[in-house]
Each structure stands twice: as C-alpha cells, then as structure tokens.
Design a protein around this ligand. Structure first.
Ligand code: HEC
Ligand code: HEC
Ligand code: HEC
Ligand code: HEC
Ligand code: HEC
Ligand code: HEC
Length: 347
C-alpha cells in the first residue's frame, strides 16, 4: 500500500528531522470511530470523547517494553508499560509502579485506569485552600465549574485523571516549526499555559545536548514550568509562597526557580545532566537544547528532582534519595542527584 508507506516515511522523517512535536498523522480510522461500532462490534465499552477509538490511558499504554510505538505509522509516546518499568522511559517517567498498588502509591501520581486512590496522601500536599488541606474530591467540587483547568471532569474517589494536567489536548496542532512551543502549538505537552522546548522523541534517547528545555522565572507570574505545571502544590513554590519557602538562604523549604549561585559548590555544575535538569529563566535566545549550565542564571526546578508521572523511586524522584550518603568517600551516588548541585557535600 503506497499511501501507508508514505505516511510511515513522513512520520519517520519528522522524527529524524527533530520536529518539536508534530501533529498526529495517518488515516482517521486509526484513531476515530464514527459510531463506536465497526463490523458490528464496539471498540470501547462506552463511546469516548471526540469519537476516539480508545481513551487516554488506552492509547498511551502498551504491554511491551517500548516507549514509542507506531499507530498506522504515527509514533505514539507510551507512558504506562504494563509489563514492567521500561528501560528507556520518557521524560515524565512511567506509571508502571502505580499499577502495583500498596507501597508503590508513593512512586508517582495515582491516575484513574492505572491506580487506586493514593493510600498515603489523603489530601493534596502543598495546597492549603482556606487554610486547610483538601482532598481531590473537595478540589473537584469547587473546580467543576471551571473548564480548561484541573479537576473539571468528574471521577469517583480521590484520584487524578490525565486531563487534570493535560487539560485541553491538541493532537491536531502541528508545532514542528516552533522552537519554544506556546498556545498556538497546544502548549508544552498539552499542559495549559506552559511553554518550553519539546524534545522530538520525548527524551527516549537523552544526553547533555539532547533533551527538553524547561522555562524558569525570576518573579511570580513569569510562566515557569515549576509555577504553572506544578500549581496544585503552589505552597512549595518560591514566588507563590515566599513566607513558606523563604526568600534566600537560610531557606524554609527547598526553593525552585532560584538560580544556582555562581560560587561555592553550585559553580561546579556546568554540563547539563538530563537526570538533574535545570530550568532557564529566558528561553527566547535558544534555538534548541543546550549542553551548557550557567550557574548564576540557570535554576533549580521541580523537575530537577521529580518526574511528572512516576519513577522507580519513592516521592517520584529522579534518583534514589536513600543512596545520597553525605561525606562518604565510598558513596556510589557521587556526582548524581543532590550532589550534582551540592557537590561540596560529596567528599
Ligand atoms: C494518530 C491518531 C489520530 C488520527 C490519525 C486522527 N486523529 Fe483526530 N484526534 C486524535 C486525538 C487523540 C484527538 C483528541 C482531542 C485533541 O487532542 O484534539 C483528536 C481530535 C479530533 C477532532 C476534535 C478536535 C479538533 O482538533 O478539531 C477532530 C474534528 C478530529 N480529530 C478529526 C480527525 C480527522 C477528520 C482525521 C482524519 C483526516 C483525524 N482526526 C485523524 C487523534 C487522531
Ligand atoms: C487514538 C490514540 C490517542 C488517544 C486516544 C490519545 N492520544 Fe495522546 N497522543 C497520540 C499520538 C499519536 C501522539 C503523538 C503525536 C502528537 O504529539 O500529537 C500523542 C501525544 C500526546 C502527548 C504529547 C504531546 C506532545 O507535545 O508531545 C500528550 C501529553 C498526550 N498525547 C496526552 C493525551 C491525553 C491526555 C489523552 C486523553 C484526553 C490522549 N493523549 C489521547 C495518540 C492518542
Ligand atoms: C473553594 C473553591 C476552590 C477549592 C476548594 C479549590 N480551588 Fe483551585 N481554584 C479556585 C478558583 C476560583 C480558581 C481560579 C483562580 C483565578 O485564576 O482567579 C482556582 C485555581 C486553581 C488553579 C490554577 C488553575 C486555574 O484553573 O486557574 C489550580 C492549579 C488549583 N486551583 C488547584 C487546586 C487544588 C489542588 C485544590 C484542592 C487542594 C483546589 N484548587 C481547591 C477555587 C477552588
Ligand atoms: C500530575 C500531572 C500529570 C498527569 C496526571 C498526567 N501527566 Fe502526562 N505529563 C505531565 C507533564 C508535566 C509532562 C511533561 C514531562 C516533562 O517534560 O518532564 C507530561 C508528559 C506526557 C507525555 C509526553 C511524554 C513524556 O513523558 O514527556 C504524554 C504522552 C503524557 N504526558 C500522557 C499522559 C497520560 C496518557 C496521562 C494519564 C494516564 C497523563 N499524561 C497524566 C503531567 C501529567
Ligand atoms: C531539590 C530537590 C527537590 C525539588 C527542587 C523539589 N522537590 Fe519535591 N520532594 C523532594 C524530596 C526529596 C521529597 C521527599 C520528601 C522528603 O523526604 O524530603 C519531595 C516530596 C514532594 C512531595 C510529597 C510531599 C509529601 O507530603 O509526601 C510533593 C507534593 C512535592 N515534593 C512537590 C514538589 C514541587 C511542586 C516542587 C517544585 C515547586 C518540588 N517538589 C521541588 C525533592 C525536591
Ligand atoms: C538543580 C540543582 C539542585 C539540586 C539537584 C538540589 N539542590 Fe538543594 N539547592 C539548590 C539551590 C540553587 C539552593 C539555594 C541556594 C542558595 O540560595 O544559596 C538549594 C538549597 C538547598 C538547601 C538549603 C540551603 C540553605 O542555605 O538554606 C538544602 C538543605 C538543600 N538544597 C538540600 C538538597 C537536597 C537534600 C537535595 C537532593 C534531594 C538537593 N538539595 C538537590 C540547588 C539544588
């Protein structure tokens, strides 16, 4: 089939050319079903929004170990590998451990269709509303009037759904020409109001010069990833809650969107480590990812330590916190995790 072959080639060419985040491609029927009925059978147990053949979890899951699979020639990023944590997870990590229940509830965000409600976190940490902590259900009861934001859609129980964070997916927008993706490209990874540089293979392959670029900020409302994408935990953000986080050393909570000082232990972090990303307060001069870290400018961010979906470690950290042994010459984690920035604590 000549048509199918050229679609495959087009999709591959887009991946190889490093397109920022191309639109979906291929025949409509790969992804849409007009009446949720085909050859007399239903594709989904109940019809899905936008006449889709599957829901978010379904299309973005796989039983294999790979994290990008072809759907009629179009690459689909996989965020839930049902058989085990994948060897090449994408930037947000993977939901695998959340499907294992019990203590693994600590390893990521508990999302409907993959996990049960979190057995450790009964309320949303880092967001006091009216001075008191709230459950997801309480957040929803107020937010259900506000489309385009988190907790707009109903669910039963204290559990997240994909569209709490990816509020208005725009799979048909072609943002491959943009360097810094904004609203005209469906925002960074379909997260409303968040801007950034999207790695073409979602960091399936990753190195100091091959990665996403996250936006930081130097004042509140500067549209940083840490302020906007992590808004549900705003009390942990330096400019959203200065009295709770602090405004300088000594800090009260770990800051995010604060530049690595250009002196002392922080000055040693100069080559970008994708296991410990930094945010850039201004991406306008970037034409793509950079392998340079500039202490004095580049900033610590929520994603310096966490992955958005889930990780192989408690607190959805990017590395094993319990392996960070201070002042230990035998420390196997030397130079990684906390030590990438706090190099002086690693003797
Ligand atoms: C590779 C998968 C894929 C293919 C192929 C695809 N779509 Fe979609 N489409 C989606 C997804 C996912 C959505 C969900 C909502 C969104 O992101 O906009 C969507 C949403 C839509 C929407 C509603 C939102 C909008 O942008 O207007 C329309 C209409 C639509 N598709 C039409 C089509 C038509 C017509 C074709 C074929 C010419 C097609 N789609 C092919 C995945 C696909
Ligand atoms: C029919 C299959 C299908 C369904 C259903 C679907 N997606 Fe996707 N999704 C895709 C494909 C294909 C891509 C890669 C192309 C692209 O980036 O638009 C993608 C990409 C994405 C991305 C990455 C966007 C980027 O900028 O790289 C996110 C986030 C996403 N989907 C979220 C969702 C959410 C949330 C839902 C449910 C509302 C959903 N998807 C439903 C097929 C699907
Ligand atoms: C009493 C009602 C109420 C409750 C409870 C509530 N919110 Fe909100 N929230 C709002 C309103 C109103 C806004 C819009 C504020 C604005 O932008 O002016 C908002 C905005 C937000 C935003 C910014 C995104 C947006 O749509 O503007 C986030 C994130 C958020 N709330 C998270 C939470 C979380 C997490 C909880 C539960 C811990 C929660 N909210 C509980 C009323 C509420
Ligand atoms: C708590 C918020 C949150 C929830 C819930 C969430 N995502 Fe994401 N997702 C993100 C963020 C943030 C990123 C960008 C990660 C990065 O670039 O570091 C992302 C990235 C993605 C990507 C691109 C691949 C990658 O790892 O960068 C896809 C696809 C995606 N999400 C799909 C989904 C699906 C499907 C669901 C529901 C099963 C879901 N997300 C639930 C926040 C969330
Ligand atoms: C310097 C690394 C680092 C940064 C930056 C960071 N975190 Fe954390 N976070 C951690 C660690 C480590 C834990 C585990 C708690 C502990 O034992 O200290 C944690 C725990 C959490 C928890 C769970 C709290 C609980 O009660 O269990 C949330 C929610 C959280 N972080 C959100 C954020 C948000 C949002 C940001 C950005 C505004 C952020 N973190 C920035 C390292 C970090
Ligand atoms: C991406 C870089 C980065 C990473 C990774 C990082 N930090 Fe930090 N940390 C900073 C910056 C920047 C500051 C603020 C420094 C300043 O204002 O002088 C800071 C401040 C701190 C402080 C407060 C210092 C004070 O003077 O009050 C502590 C404690 C701390 N970090 C511990 C940790 C731990 C533990 C980890 C690992 C879980 C970690 N950090 C990971 C960059 C980082």
């Amino acid at each position: 089939m000549k048509g199918a072959v050229s679609v495959v080639i087009l999709c591959l060419a887009m991946v190889l050319a490093g397109a920022a985040g191309a639109a979906v491609s291929g025949v409509c029927s790969n992804c849409h079903v007009m009446h949720n009925s085909r050859d007399g059978s239903s594709l989904s147990s109940s019809p899905v929004d936008h006449l889709l053949v599957d829901d978010c979890v379904g299309c973005h899951s796989t039983t294999t170990a790979s994290t990008i699979e072809s759907l009629g020639g179009c690459p689909v990023p996989k965020v839930f590998n049902t058989g085990g944590y994948p060897p090449s997870p994408l930037a947000g990590g993977n939901f695998y451990y959340l499907s294992q229940g019990g203590g693994y509830d600590r390893y990521g965000h508990n999302v409907l269709g993959i996990a049960s409600p979190d057995s450790f976190l009964t309320h949303v940490p880092g967001k006091l509303y009216g001075g008191a902590p709230k459950t997801i259900t309480e957040c929803y009861n107020c937010h259900k009037m506000m489309p385009g934001g988190p907790f707009y859609y109903p669910r039963s129980g204290d559990i997240l759904i994909c569209v709490d964070c990816h509020a208005e997916p725009r799979h048909h927008l072609d943002d491959s020409a943009a360097v810094v993706v904004d609203g005209s490209g469906g925002w960074y990874r379909f997260i409303n109001w968040v801007k950034g540089i999207e790695d073409s293979d979602w960091e399936q392959t990753v190195s100091s010069a091959d990665h996403n670029e996250y936006l930081g900020e130097t004042a509140a409302g500067g549209d940083s990833f840490s302020e906007l994408a992590c808004m549900c935990h705003g009390d942990f953000h330096v400019f959203s809650n200065p009295s709770g986080v602090g405004t300088g050393s000594p800090w009260l909570r770990h800051p995010s969107d604060i530049a690595l000082p250009a002196s002392g232990e922080y000055a040693a972090y100069t080559v970008y480590d994708p296991q410990v990303p930094v945010a850039r307060p201004d991406l306008s001069s970037y034409s793509g990812p950079s392998d340079v870290v500039t202490p004095g400018t580049d900033q610590v961010a929520c994603v310096s330590c966490h992955r958005a979906h889930g990780s192989p470690y408690p607190d959805m950290l990017r590395w094993d916190y319990s392996a960070m042994l201070v002042n230990d010459p035998t420390n196997p984690a030397a130079g990684t995790g906390c030590f990438r920035c706090h190099s002086g604590k690693d003797d």
